[in-house]
Design a protein around this ligand. Structure first.
Ligand code: DAH
Length: 344
């Protein structure tokens, strides 16, 4: 009996030494077959169990099981360390450099029109103007009539209109009809609102005009609002939008919904007034139209023109972005050319 246990213990020593020598997975498989498999040395020794006495058999059997379990556990540990070594060899041979910096994901940004719009909204917000949303689809009356465009007045031809299949329903040609919506909602309270949004004109698309574009409208109504308030507001706007120390000038103009009406220029952002290609050698860039709200428009909005006065202004958002960033073609804003979108 002691002879069998002695054989088992000698086998354990031999098997453990052989396992340490195994360097690759196939060698561990061969090792298993040689020691623990059905035709392995352990099995061969255990065949001798049958010749043992009843008393001896359980003791030897127990010892044999212990040794078998020890060897199986040793095999598992060996297999894991071989697998780790094999993984390391594979990484090294494939040349993976874990210190290499990763690729930066491309991050988008606001569209240039939205950048300009937000900038303008921010400036006007500081002066107390609140954003007022008004519809892009209007009736002829809101877009023209209530703004004091007489029927068949040539002023309507200043803006070529997109009509719809519903009579009298059109796409707004400017943000000015929002003035009427805002006034009717708030009259007789004083108001100070800005109305940013899309406008549509049935015009040929050129470097200077698109069929769809953005405007922002400003409107202030109250009891003692004067032309000086308009001047101060626009000078402050120009200084914040185009840089401190900017000069503006007012030229008399005509809009049916304002009286008096003006067009406002800022001194050229490129040459500072000396004259260049951008300002067509005039030294000035036109940025917007403005004026004192016409008494008829005040009335249409629900304000008594004997008690209330107000100013209004309207400007193209892409136009401001073009002047400010030196873009010479409005079509770029709608062509989705990534080189333009990234640069501006
Ligand atoms: N609605 C005018 C246009 O699209 C711009 C404008 C001019 C707006 C004078 C105003 C204004 O509010 O007072 O050409």
């Amino acid at each position: 009996m002691s002879d069998l246990i002695g054989q088992l213990e000698a086998l354990q020593v031999e098997a453990q030494a052989a396992l340490v020598a195994a360097q690759h997975t196939p060698e561990t498989e061969a090792w298993y077959a040689a020691y623990l498999g059905r035709k392995g040395k352990m099995t061969t020794i255990l065949r001798g169990l049958g010749q043992l006495s009843q008393e001896e058999r359980p003791r030897v059997g127990k010892r044999a099981n212990e040794i078998k379990e020890t060897l199986e556990a040793a095999l598992l540990v060996r297999q894991e360390s071989i697998a780790a070594a094999e993984m390391q060899r594979m990484l090294a041979s494939e040349g993976i450099d874990v210190t290499m910096p990763g690729r930066r994901p491309q991050v988008g940004k606001l569209h240039p029109t939205n950048q300009a719009m937000r900038e303008m909204v921010e400036i006007l917000k500081q002066m107390g103007f609140q954003v007022y949303d008004s519809p892009e689809v209007e009736t002829d009356d809101f877009n023209f009539g209530l703004l004091n465009f007489p029927p068949d007045h040539p002023a309507r031809e200043m803006q070529d209109t997109f009509f719809t299949t519903t009579p009298d329903v059109i796409l707004r040609t400017h943000t000015s009809p929002g003035q009427i919506h805002a006034m009717r909602q708030y009259a007789p309270e004083p108001i100070r609102v800005m109305l940013p949004g899309k406008c549509y004109r049935n015009e040929d698309v050129t470097a200077r005009s698109e069929m769809m574009f953005y405007q922002i409208e400003g409107l202030a109504i109250g009891r003692n609002i004067t032309f000086s308030d308009l001047k101060g507001t626009l000078l402050n706007f120009a200084n914040q939008m185009y840089g401190e120390g900017r000069k503006i000038r007012f030229r008399k103009s005509y809009f049916p919904f304002t009286e008096p009406s003006v067009e406002v220029d800022v001194d050229c952002v490129l040459c500072g007034g000396a004259g260049c290609r951008l300002c067509k050698h005039t030294g000035w860039l036109e940025i917007l139209g403005a004026g004192m709200v016409h008494p008829i428009v005040l009335q249409n909005g629900g304000y008594d023109p004997a008690l209330y006065s107000g100013f209004a202004f309207g400007m193209g958002i892409e136009r401001q972005a073009m002047l400010k960033r030196g873009v010479d073609d409005i079509r770029l804003f709608y062509s989705n050319d990534v080189r333009f979108l990234e640069r501006v």
